[in-house]
Design a binder for this molecule. Structure first.
Ligand SMILES: Nc1ncnc2c1ncn2[C@@H]1O[C@H](COP(=O)(O)OP(=O)(O)OP(=O)(O)O)[C@@H](O)[C@H]1O
Ligand SMILES: [Mg+2]
Length: 725
């Protein structure tokens, strides 16, 4: 790369200790010359001037706020070296590459460098007149005596201008990315007493701030705090328990945005793989990224994403810190993150170009329970008292993000308040779902409460729907939500996920992960899981009578009422859409019942809620299609023989028997409307629907059929042999 000549500096032999005043004009010139930006953003200039004048500075800026510039400009403003401590090799590589492209002499020292490359860097550092302006290193390297003595040499020559600690929150166990090796940075001050320290982070928790300042032994630092508001990000939460299929919802959302750049975060590697292949099957250009992939694979996925060969990256938190792709239009969390800080950092990777972007979090009760369990076990390698302390800290932090999901107030306000910023809801300007669709969000939360209550009552959990892999039989670690920093050190913290003594989960987990198991073994495992689920939850009773989890008639009536209300709103929303409210509501309710009637009321209730939610956005043609499809299947079922029709819906639900005077539209039966569900289709009283077999029944029937088939095959083989003899 061609080197850009540095701008002539006022005093090329400036002594590090001398307090220098760099005017705004000089610094802006450097910014324009090297980076092409017209002016400094926010508090960049204050930070730069502070460190250039020899003062420590703690710089709190939001993600994408431009923190790197606060040490990059000082590196160009006077001769000598700026040492940058960075937690990830990938992060250092990215920044160094970008700087080199701009002709700025930057380099990094890490285990990934060849011996030759390292020698060259060391020769330059030892030369007495190093050409390197920015040297990036890991905290682990700083802790080695050899490197510290090299630094001391550079320092005594007056060539060490600044120590920048990027992602400084890693120093604090209160932060979400605690890296023990960051703790060792406290030795910097004692070895290099008057080199200014610049600590940079986007983590604003006051405890973290205090911890950083104390650990680095910063002296009366200038504290710069920008607002954490990211006005260009629209915040939204969707509730997995109220959705039919969260994967499909995600896929549709990504498709509806077009061919945009996106990040989807998952808790576990296997989920990244599964989700990524699911999205690919739906025509979305995407790939999985996690620490389970080898380095080559990870680099290639990252390159493809950076260069737009792939649009969507489905990743664990191993992906992201410092990733500087500006045009990420949406960041989705497919599982709840572990804290508000983590959420802020990850969602903050959207819209670094300041253009409108989105953060979408899928919240599920099971995900919450799962994370609570993991966090309660966090630090299990420590002594019991420090483990208790560390899991307590983690759970307090986690609670904030749960409140973000389960609260009805402005999401933006909640984020900012969690960082100690006092704001009014008007700041949001309807750029979060809670402000823009307040009623809808409240309704969802009501529904969620009901689902939660049912979960509690039944002591059940939809684990077998949302939980993918928990643990492998080999104990391999799959979740990497808290140890992204381990990338740099090459080690991975062992996280035990085997939280549930619930056999169902474990069975499923194993079935999912032991991909080499045969289909029959997997089926057997799933079958056992299903049986256990029903047994454990006391729901599976032969005749389904007197069952606490059974769906009562009043419940069906009230569901139908909810659907009627939602349909009335559809009618208002799509004013040219004439609809027979009662009949359509019955159709939809019956569909929910057919799908989940056997599984129990929490599933049924979720399905109803999800249909209600769907109705709030469905177009007339979508509605038409769905109703027609139900109608068609009802007609098909009608043609079954009586023997095939064991199921009869409760008579109270016969919509034809009801007073139809509450039809919403006086025109409801108008034959001119293409969207009417004709009354003739309303034939619940004489429609007998087929019983949906349970999974076990299905497998057993397959077994019987298989055995019969085997018998037949054996028989025909014997016959054949006999014929041949
Ligand atoms: N003054 C400026 N004007 C315009 N763009 C800028 C300015 N300063 C920095 N940027 C750009 O903003 C983007 C984000 O900067 P940077 O990576 O330093 O953010 P950050 O605060 O370190 O974010 P993170 O917390 O995610 O690491 C970069 O592409 C950078 O070039
Ligand atoms: Mg940064």
């Amino acid at each position: 790369m061609q080197k850009k000549s540095t701008l002539p500096l006022s005093d090329a032999n400036a002594n590090r200790k001398r307090k220098e005043v760099h005017s705004k004009e000089t610094l802006v010139k450097l910014l324009r010359w090297h980076f092409g930006y017209p002016d400094f953003r926010g508090m960049q200039l204050d930070a730069i001037q502070s460190v250039l004048s020899g003062k420590d500075c703690f710089c709190l800026m939001p993600t994408g706020g431009g923190k790197s510039m606060c040490y990059q400009i000082p590196a160009l403003a006077k001769p000598g070296i700026v040492l940058v401590v960075s937690p990830l090799i990938a992060l250092m590589e990215n920044q160094v590459m970008a700087l080199k492209e701009k002709g700025i002499a930057a380099d990094f020292l890490s285990s990934t460098k060849t011996a030759d490359a390292k020698v060259k860097i060391h020769e330059d550092l030892d030369s007495g007149k190093p050409s390197t302006r920015l040297l990036y290193v890991t905290p682990e390297l700083i802790a080695t005596p050899g490197f510290m003595s090299k630094l001391t040499k550079i320092y005594t020559r007056g060539l060490l201008n600044l120590i920048a600690i990027d992602e400084a929150h890693c120093i604090s166990s209160w932060g979400h990315d605690f890296r023990p090796s960051y703790r060792k940075l406290s030795s910097l001050r004692s070895h290099l007493p008057d080199v200014p320290i610049l600590a940079l982070t986007a983590t604003a928790a006051p405890k973290v701030q205090k911890d950083v300042v104390e650990s680095l032994r910063m002296q009366n630092p200038l504290i710069l705090k920008s607002s954490f508001n990211r006005p260009n990000i629209y915040y939204e939460v969707r509730y997995k328990d109220l959705l039919d299929d969260a994967c499909a919802d995600l896929s549709n959302t990504l498709k509806s945005l077009g061919d945009v750049c996106a990040i989807v975060y998952c808790l576990e590697r296997s989920m990244c793989d599964d989700l990524s292949s699911n999205l690919s099957q739906n025509g979305i250009s995407c790939a999985a990224y996690h620490a389970g992939l080898n380095n080559k694979m990870r680099t290639s996925v990252l390159d493809d994403w950076i260069s737009s060969k792939i649009k969507v990256i489905v990743a664990t938190v191993a992906f992201g810190m410092g990733i500087d792709r500006k045009d990420v239009r949406i960041v989705c969390h497919f599982n709840i993150p572990k804290s508000m800080e983590a959420f802020y950092q990850e969602s903050g990777r959207a819209g670094r170009d300041q253009l409108p972007s989105r953060s979408l979090l899928y919240y599920g009760i099971d995900d919450r329970k799962r994370m609570e369990f993991i966090l309660s076990k966090s630090g299990s390698k420590k002594s019991s008292s420090s483990q208790e302390e560390s899991s307590k800290i983690s759970l307090i932090a986690f609670n904030q993000i749960v409140e973000y999901c389960e609260g009805s107030g402005c999401r933006r306000k909640r984020i900012l308040e969690s960082f100690g910023e006092e704001v009014t809801a008007s700041l949001c300007g309807k750029t979060c779902d809670a402000c823009r669709h307040a009623n809808l969000v409240s309704r969802c939360l009501e529904d969620l409460k009901t689902v939660c209550a049912l979960h509690r009552k039944n002591g059940s959990s939809r684990v077998f729907i949302t939980s993918s892999s928990a643990a492998t039989t080999t104990g391999e670690q799959l979740s990497e939500f808290w140890n992204r920093g381990e990338e740099a050190s090459g080690s991975e913290e062992d996280i035990s996920d085997s939280e549930d003594d619930n056999e169902v989960i474990n069975n499923l987990t194993r079935s999912k992960l032991q991909s080499k198991l045969g289909v029959n073994e997997k089926l057997a495992m799933l079958q056992r899981a299903e049986e256990n689920f029903y047994r454990n939850n006391n729901t599976y009773k032969q005749n389904n009578k007197g069952d606490k989890n059974a769906i009562s008639d009043p419940m069906r009536v009230s569901s139908r009422q909810r659907l009627q209300n939602a349909l009335k709103q559809v009618h208002q929303r799509l004013d040219d859409f004439k609809i027979e409210v009662d009949t359509s509501a019955s159709f939809l309710e019956d569909e929910c019942y057919k799908k989940y009637g056997k599984a129990g009321k929490s599933f049924y209730y979720s399905q109803v809620a999800s249909t209600v939610r769907w109705l709030t956005t469905a177009t007339s043609s979508e509605l038409m299609n769905r109703l027609c499809a139900i109608n068609a299947s009802a007609e098909a079922e009608q043609s079954l023989t009586p023997a095939e029709q064991p199921f009869k819906p409760p008579p109270t639900l016969d919509p034809c028997a009801e007073d139809t005077s509450n039809e919403y539209s006086g025109n409801a039966r108008s034959e001119t409307s293409p969207c009417i569900v004709p009354m003739e289709s309303c034939s619940f009283n004489n429609t007998n629907l087929p019983q949906i077999p349970s999974f076990s029944e299905f497998v057993n029937s397959r077994k019987t059929k298989g055995e019969q088939l085997n018998d037949t095959k054996k028989h025909s083989r014997t016959e054949k042999r006999m014929r041949m003899q």
